[in-house]
Ligand binder design. Structure first.
Ligand code: PMP
Length: 326
Protein backbone atom coordinates (compact mmCIF):
# COMPACT_ATOMS: atom_id res chain seq x y z
CA UNK A 1 0.00 0.00 0.00
CA UNK A 2 1.18 3.51 -0.78
CA UNK A 3 -0.66 6.36 0.97
CA UNK A 4 0.14 9.86 2.18
CA UNK A 5 -1.41 11.20 5.37
CA UNK A 6 -3.43 14.34 4.55
CA UNK A 7 -2.00 17.59 3.20
CA UNK A 8 0.96 17.51 5.58
CA UNK A 9 1.93 13.98 4.52
CA UNK A 10 1.75 14.99 0.86
CA UNK A 11 4.41 17.72 1.04
CA UNK A 12 7.70 16.62 -0.54
CA UNK A 13 8.84 13.38 -2.19
CA UNK A 14 8.46 15.05 -5.58
CA UNK A 15 9.76 13.44 -8.79
CA UNK A 16 13.01 14.51 -10.46
CA UNK A 17 12.18 15.17 -14.11
CA UNK A 18 14.74 14.79 -16.89
CA UNK A 19 14.12 17.61 -19.38
CA UNK A 20 14.57 15.64 -22.57
CA UNK A 21 15.22 18.21 -25.29
CA UNK A 22 17.53 20.41 -23.22
CA UNK A 23 19.41 17.32 -22.04
CA UNK A 24 19.86 16.13 -25.63
CA UNK A 25 21.01 19.57 -26.75
CA UNK A 26 23.64 19.94 -24.03
CA UNK A 27 24.71 16.29 -23.76
CA UNK A 28 24.08 16.62 -20.03
CA UNK A 29 21.22 15.45 -17.83
CA UNK A 30 19.22 18.58 -17.02
CA UNK A 31 17.09 17.48 -14.08
CA UNK A 32 14.24 19.49 -12.55
CA UNK A 33 12.90 18.74 -9.07
CA UNK A 34 9.14 18.89 -9.63
CA UNK A 35 8.18 21.16 -6.74
CA UNK A 36 5.07 22.33 -8.61
CA UNK A 37 3.65 18.91 -7.70
CA UNK A 38 3.57 19.71 -3.99
CA UNK A 39 -0.04 19.82 -2.70
CA UNK A 40 -0.05 23.63 -2.43
CA UNK A 41 1.57 23.88 -5.87
CA UNK A 42 5.07 25.16 -5.09
CA UNK A 43 8.48 24.66 -3.53
CA UNK A 44 7.31 26.84 -0.62
CA UNK A 45 5.05 24.14 0.86
CA UNK A 46 8.18 22.62 2.38
CA UNK A 47 9.35 25.85 4.03
CA UNK A 48 5.82 26.59 5.30
CA UNK A 49 5.53 23.13 6.89
CA UNK A 50 8.94 23.28 8.56
CA UNK A 51 8.27 26.80 9.91
CA UNK A 52 4.92 25.78 11.44
CA UNK A 53 6.28 22.49 12.82
CA UNK A 54 9.22 24.35 14.38
CA UNK A 55 6.90 26.92 16.03
CA UNK A 56 4.70 24.12 17.40
CA UNK A 57 7.73 22.27 18.75
CA UNK A 58 9.03 25.42 20.47
CA UNK A 59 5.57 25.96 22.01
CA UNK A 60 5.10 29.43 20.47
CA UNK A 61 2.15 28.38 18.27
CA UNK A 62 -0.73 26.88 20.20
CA UNK A 63 -4.12 25.54 19.03
CA UNK A 64 -6.28 28.31 17.56
CA UNK A 65 -3.24 30.54 16.98
CA UNK A 66 -2.47 32.73 13.97
CA UNK A 67 0.32 32.45 11.44
CA UNK A 68 1.32 35.84 9.98
CA UNK A 69 3.62 36.32 7.02
CA UNK A 70 4.74 38.88 4.49
CA UNK A 71 4.99 36.96 1.26
CA UNK A 72 5.14 37.43 -2.49
CA UNK A 73 2.70 34.59 -2.80
CA UNK A 74 3.74 30.96 -2.70
CA UNK A 75 4.75 30.83 0.97
CA UNK A 76 1.40 32.40 1.81
CA UNK A 77 -0.41 29.80 -0.25
CA UNK A 78 1.48 26.98 1.48
CA UNK A 79 0.84 28.52 4.91
CA UNK A 80 -2.87 29.05 4.14
CA UNK A 81 -3.31 25.39 3.16
CA UNK A 82 -1.41 24.24 6.24
CA UNK A 83 -3.37 26.57 8.55
CA UNK A 84 -6.61 24.99 7.31
CA UNK A 85 -5.15 21.49 7.70
CA UNK A 86 -3.86 22.21 11.21
CA UNK A 87 -6.58 24.55 12.52
CA UNK A 88 -4.83 27.94 12.61
CA UNK A 89 -5.79 31.39 11.34
CA UNK A 90 -3.65 32.81 8.57
CA UNK A 91 -2.87 36.50 7.93
CA UNK A 92 -0.90 37.33 4.79
CA UNK A 93 0.67 40.72 4.01
CA UNK A 94 1.41 41.05 0.30
CA UNK A 95 2.76 43.84 -1.96
CA UNK A 96 0.09 45.18 -4.30
CA UNK A 97 2.28 44.41 -7.34
CA UNK A 98 1.73 40.66 -7.12
CA UNK A 99 -0.44 38.73 -9.59
CA UNK A 100 -4.19 38.77 -9.03
CA UNK A 101 -4.34 34.97 -9.28
CA UNK A 102 -2.16 34.59 -6.19
CA UNK A 103 -4.21 37.11 -4.18
CA UNK A 104 -7.51 35.46 -5.18
CA UNK A 105 -6.18 32.04 -4.30
CA UNK A 106 -5.03 33.18 -0.84
CA UNK A 107 -8.51 34.52 -0.09
CA UNK A 108 -10.12 31.35 -1.44
CA UNK A 109 -7.90 29.36 0.93
CA UNK A 110 -9.32 31.31 3.87
CA UNK A 111 -6.36 33.59 4.55
CA UNK A 112 -6.93 37.19 5.51
CA UNK A 113 -4.98 39.22 2.92
CA UNK A 114 -3.61 42.68 3.66
CA UNK A 115 -2.35 44.49 0.54
CA UNK A 116 0.37 47.09 1.09
CA UNK A 117 2.30 49.32 -1.34
CA UNK A 118 5.49 47.79 -2.74
CA UNK A 119 8.29 49.74 -1.03
CA UNK A 120 11.96 48.76 -0.51
CA UNK A 121 13.04 46.63 2.43
CA UNK A 122 14.68 49.60 4.19
CA UNK A 123 11.25 51.31 4.40
CA UNK A 124 9.42 50.54 7.71
CA UNK A 125 6.25 49.96 5.66
CA UNK A 126 7.83 47.17 3.62
CA UNK A 127 5.46 44.17 3.64
CA UNK A 128 7.90 41.97 5.55
CA UNK A 129 8.23 44.52 8.35
CA UNK A 130 4.45 45.13 8.48
CA UNK A 131 3.93 41.37 8.96
CA UNK A 132 6.44 41.27 11.81
CA UNK A 133 4.78 44.20 13.58
CA UNK A 134 1.27 42.76 13.21
CA UNK A 135 2.34 39.37 14.64
CA UNK A 136 4.04 41.05 17.61
CA UNK A 137 0.81 42.93 18.43
CA UNK A 138 -1.36 39.77 18.42
CA UNK A 139 -1.89 37.05 21.07
CA UNK A 140 -0.85 33.47 20.21
CA UNK A 141 0.54 34.46 16.84
CA UNK A 142 3.80 33.77 15.04
CA UNK A 143 5.58 35.68 12.33
CA UNK A 144 6.76 33.00 9.91
CA UNK A 145 9.64 35.32 8.91
CA UNK A 146 10.69 33.14 5.98
CA UNK A 147 13.67 35.31 5.03
CA UNK A 148 15.48 35.02 8.34
CA UNK A 149 13.91 31.97 9.97
CA UNK A 150 16.33 29.14 9.28
CA UNK A 151 13.56 26.52 9.67
CA UNK A 152 13.08 27.52 6.01
CA UNK A 153 16.46 26.27 4.82
CA UNK A 154 16.25 23.30 7.19
CA UNK A 155 13.21 22.13 5.18
CA UNK A 156 15.43 21.81 2.12
CA UNK A 157 18.41 20.45 4.06
CA UNK A 158 16.23 17.74 5.60
CA UNK A 159 13.91 16.94 2.68
CA UNK A 160 14.62 18.41 -0.79
CA UNK A 161 18.36 17.73 -0.75
CA UNK A 162 18.28 14.14 0.60
CA UNK A 163 15.59 13.37 -1.99
CA UNK A 164 17.82 14.75 -4.79
CA UNK A 165 20.78 12.77 -3.44
CA UNK A 166 18.77 9.57 -3.34
CA UNK A 167 17.10 10.14 -6.73
CA UNK A 168 20.48 10.59 -8.43
CA UNK A 169 22.44 8.02 -6.37
CA UNK A 170 24.66 10.92 -5.40
CA UNK A 171 25.76 11.58 -9.00
CA UNK A 172 25.12 15.34 -9.06
CA UNK A 173 27.75 17.52 -10.77
CA UNK A 174 26.02 20.87 -10.37
CA UNK A 175 23.14 22.38 -8.46
CA UNK A 176 21.57 25.60 -9.74
CA UNK A 177 18.79 27.70 -8.17
CA UNK A 178 17.51 31.23 -7.95
CA UNK A 179 17.16 32.92 -4.56
CA UNK A 180 14.09 34.54 -3.04
CA UNK A 181 14.57 33.96 0.67
CA UNK A 182 17.49 31.66 -0.13
CA UNK A 183 15.93 28.74 1.74
CA UNK A 184 15.95 26.38 -1.23
CA UNK A 185 19.39 27.32 -2.53
CA UNK A 186 20.97 27.30 0.94
CA UNK A 187 19.41 24.12 2.34
CA UNK A 188 20.25 22.06 -0.73
CA UNK A 189 23.75 23.56 -1.07
CA UNK A 190 24.62 22.89 2.59
CA UNK A 191 23.56 19.25 2.27
CA UNK A 192 25.19 18.58 -1.09
CA UNK A 193 28.48 20.20 -0.05
CA UNK A 194 28.55 17.98 3.06
CA UNK A 195 28.06 14.93 0.87
CA UNK A 196 30.51 16.02 -1.83
CA UNK A 197 32.35 19.37 -1.71
CA UNK A 198 33.11 19.04 -5.46
CA UNK A 199 29.47 19.66 -6.41
CA UNK A 200 29.33 22.97 -8.22
CA UNK A 201 26.66 25.17 -6.54
CA UNK A 202 25.50 28.04 -8.73
CA UNK A 203 23.09 30.92 -8.11
CA UNK A 204 20.66 31.74 -10.94
CA UNK A 205 19.88 35.44 -10.78
CA UNK A 206 17.38 37.68 -12.62
CA UNK A 207 18.11 41.35 -13.32
CA UNK A 208 17.13 43.55 -10.37
CA UNK A 209 18.74 41.09 -7.93
CA UNK A 210 22.11 41.51 -6.24
CA UNK A 211 23.54 37.98 -6.06
CA UNK A 212 25.18 37.93 -9.48
CA UNK A 213 27.27 40.96 -8.56
CA UNK A 214 27.83 39.55 -5.04
CA UNK A 215 29.34 36.36 -6.43
CA UNK A 216 31.34 38.11 -9.17
CA UNK A 217 32.61 41.15 -7.21
CA UNK A 218 31.80 40.59 -3.52
CA UNK A 219 29.40 43.54 -3.54
CA UNK A 220 25.62 43.42 -3.27
CA UNK A 221 24.66 45.54 -6.22
CA UNK A 222 21.72 45.21 -8.58
CA UNK A 223 20.91 46.66 -11.96
CA UNK A 224 17.81 46.57 -14.15
CA UNK A 225 14.55 44.85 -13.29
CA UNK A 226 12.66 41.66 -14.03
CA UNK A 227 9.11 40.38 -14.54
CA UNK A 228 9.89 37.28 -12.48
CA UNK A 229 8.04 36.78 -9.19
CA UNK A 230 9.28 35.31 -5.92
CA UNK A 231 12.98 35.51 -6.73
CA UNK A 232 15.73 38.11 -6.57
CA UNK A 233 16.84 39.96 -3.46
CA UNK A 234 19.36 42.51 -2.31
CA UNK A 235 20.71 41.19 0.98
CA UNK A 236 22.26 38.14 2.65
CA UNK A 237 19.34 36.70 4.62
CA UNK A 238 19.91 34.53 7.69
CA UNK A 239 19.06 31.57 5.48
CA UNK A 240 22.01 32.42 3.20
CA UNK A 241 24.59 32.94 5.92
CA UNK A 242 27.63 30.68 5.61
CA UNK A 243 26.46 29.14 2.34
CA UNK A 244 28.84 28.66 -0.61
CA UNK A 245 28.13 30.27 -3.95
CA UNK A 246 30.64 28.79 -6.39
CA UNK A 247 29.36 30.83 -9.31
CA UNK A 248 26.37 32.84 -10.53
CA UNK A 249 24.56 33.07 -13.86
CA UNK A 250 22.44 36.08 -14.76
CA UNK A 251 19.44 35.45 -16.98
CA UNK A 252 17.47 38.20 -18.73
CA UNK A 253 13.68 38.15 -18.99
CA UNK A 254 13.59 37.37 -22.72
CA UNK A 255 15.74 34.27 -22.21
CA UNK A 256 13.51 33.28 -19.29
CA UNK A 257 10.27 33.73 -21.28
CA UNK A 258 11.67 31.81 -24.27
CA UNK A 259 12.66 28.96 -21.95
CA UNK A 260 9.25 28.83 -20.22
CA UNK A 261 7.56 28.51 -23.63
CA UNK A 262 10.08 25.88 -24.77
CA UNK A 263 9.29 23.82 -21.65
CA UNK A 264 5.61 24.04 -22.56
CA UNK A 265 6.03 23.26 -26.27
CA UNK A 266 8.75 20.63 -26.00
CA UNK A 267 8.03 18.93 -22.69
CA UNK A 268 4.36 19.74 -22.08
CA UNK A 269 5.31 21.36 -18.77
CA UNK A 270 3.44 24.56 -17.80
CA UNK A 271 5.73 26.33 -15.31
CA UNK A 272 6.31 29.76 -13.78
CA UNK A 273 8.94 32.41 -14.47
CA UNK A 274 11.35 31.50 -11.67
CA UNK A 275 11.57 28.06 -13.27
CA UNK A 276 12.50 29.80 -16.54
CA UNK A 277 15.40 31.51 -14.76
CA UNK A 278 16.46 28.26 -13.07
CA UNK A 279 16.36 26.09 -16.18
CA UNK A 280 18.02 28.71 -18.41
CA UNK A 281 20.82 28.95 -15.85
CA UNK A 282 21.06 25.15 -15.59
CA UNK A 283 21.52 25.01 -19.38
CA UNK A 284 24.25 27.69 -19.19
CA UNK A 285 26.03 25.68 -16.47
CA UNK A 286 25.70 22.47 -18.52
CA UNK A 287 27.24 24.21 -21.56
CA UNK A 288 30.12 25.44 -19.42
CA UNK A 289 30.76 22.00 -17.87
CA UNK A 290 30.46 20.21 -21.22
CA UNK A 291 28.69 16.95 -22.14
CA UNK A 292 28.36 14.08 -19.68
CA UNK A 293 27.41 16.06 -16.58
CA UNK A 294 24.32 16.02 -14.41
CA UNK A 295 22.82 19.40 -13.48
CA UNK A 296 19.94 19.64 -11.00
CA UNK A 297 17.58 22.58 -10.57
CA UNK A 298 14.11 23.37 -9.22
CA UNK A 299 10.80 23.54 -11.09
CA UNK A 300 9.37 25.94 -8.51
CA UNK A 301 5.70 26.36 -9.38
CA UNK A 302 3.16 25.88 -12.16
CA UNK A 303 2.32 28.37 -14.89
CA UNK A 304 -1.41 28.46 -14.10
CA UNK A 305 -0.59 31.06 -11.44
CA UNK A 306 0.65 33.46 -14.13
CA UNK A 307 -2.10 33.37 -16.73
CA UNK A 308 -2.61 37.14 -16.69
CA UNK A 309 1.10 37.87 -17.21
CA UNK A 310 3.59 35.26 -18.39
CA UNK A 311 0.93 33.39 -20.36
CA UNK A 312 -0.90 36.47 -21.64
CA UNK A 313 0.38 37.41 -25.16
CA UNK A 314 -0.90 41.01 -24.83
CA UNK A 315 0.88 41.55 -21.53
CA UNK A 316 4.11 40.02 -22.89
CA UNK A 317 3.92 42.20 -26.04
CA UNK A 318 3.47 45.34 -23.89
CA UNK A 319 6.65 44.40 -22.04
CA UNK A 320 8.48 43.68 -25.32
CA UNK A 321 8.84 40.04 -24.25
CA UNK A 322 6.96 38.11 -26.93
CA UNK A 323 8.50 34.61 -26.95
CA UNK A 324 11.15 34.22 -29.64
CA UNK A 325 12.29 31.12 -31.49
CA UNK A 326 9.64 28.87 -29.99
N1 PMP B 1 10.20 30.54 -7.18
C1 PMP B 1 9.02 30.96 -6.72
C2 PMP B 1 7.86 30.98 -7.66
C3 PMP B 1 8.89 31.38 -5.39
O1 PMP B 1 7.69 31.80 -4.93
C4 PMP B 1 10.03 31.37 -4.55
C5 PMP B 1 9.91 31.82 -3.12
N2 PMP B 1 9.85 33.19 -2.91
C6 PMP B 1 11.25 30.96 -5.08
C7 PMP B 1 11.30 30.53 -6.39
C8 PMP B 1 12.55 31.03 -4.30
O2 PMP B 1 12.62 30.15 -3.22
P1 PMP B 1 13.40 30.54 -1.89
O3 PMP B 1 12.54 31.48 -1.11
O4 PMP B 1 13.56 29.22 -1.20
O5 PMP B 1 14.69 31.17 -2.23
Amino acid sequence: MDMRDGFVGTVGQTPLIRLRRLSEETGCDILGKAEFLNPGGSVKDRAALWIINDAERRGVLKPGGTVVEGTAGNTGIGLAHLCKAKGYRCLIVIPDTQSQEKIDLLRLLGAEVKLVPAVPYRDPNNYVKVAGRLAAEMENAIWANQFDNVANRLAHYESTAPEIWQQTDGTVDAWVAAIGTGGTYAGVTLYLKEKNPQIHCVVADPYGSAYYSYVKTGELHSEGSSITEGIGNSRITANLEGVSMDDAVRIDDQTCVNLVYRLLNEEGLLLGSSTGINVAAAVAVARKLGPGHRVVTILCDGGGRYQSRLFNPTWLAEKGLTPQGV
